[in-house]
Design a protein around this ligand. Sequence first.
Ligand code: ADP
Ligand code: MG
Length: 219
Amino acid sequence: MTSNGTQLDGRDWKAMVIAAADAVEQQVDELSRLDAAVGDGDHGVNVVTAMSYARNELNTTDDPSPGDVMKILARGFLDEMGGAAGALFGSLFRVVGRGFRDADATDVTQLAEALGSGVETVMLRGQTSPGDKTMVDALVPAAAAATESAEAGADVKDALAAVAAAARSGVEATTSMPAFRGRAKYAGDKAVGVPDAGATTVAIIFETWAATIVERNDA
Ligand code: ADP
Ligand code: MG
């Protein structure tokens, strides 16, 4: 891979998204189990369907730009997944991709700005704030970590690690929350004690992105 420690190019983004598709596939049963505790138990299969579509498309797309990779990922969620979560993940990645414009490579500042806009869109469309026990509880701290990393002048590896760690802490915080959005709101107190499925998906994706870039740097 060609890009340096301060930027992610299209090949990096392609590798990151393909690796994330593999990671959610490995955790499909766990994601569905989390959703089954409070909802209809389809979350794992939903996310794998969306991301497998993106992986197939990317495997036959030569030299996509970072924005193209996000567009393809968004399409997987919007066209192949459906449901509330599909539309929200689709909007997230579509707005992130728009934020990348037609750049050949993205730095930490571009990542932080694009992720921040994407997370704002999810909160508006989902009418959700942190504390409602949704994907937003992982996304908001992750976007904040990206902004802090940009301000501190972190390289992409450290920035992605901080984003992933913040998302995972956000997931852990959802465990003790009752649910106020999505199907889980009908579960009442049954939701308490179970981390949110959509937030867990966010953490898996960002952790895989971070690990992919660590491997790139070690190569
Ligand atoms: P569905 O709820 O249609 O079965 P999934 O099971 O795939 O869809 O996704 C459930 C996840 O979607 C939840 O764990 C939660 O993170 C997320 N979610 C649901 N509704 C909202 C909302 N209004 N705002 C943000 N996230 C939401
Ligand atoms: Mg569900």
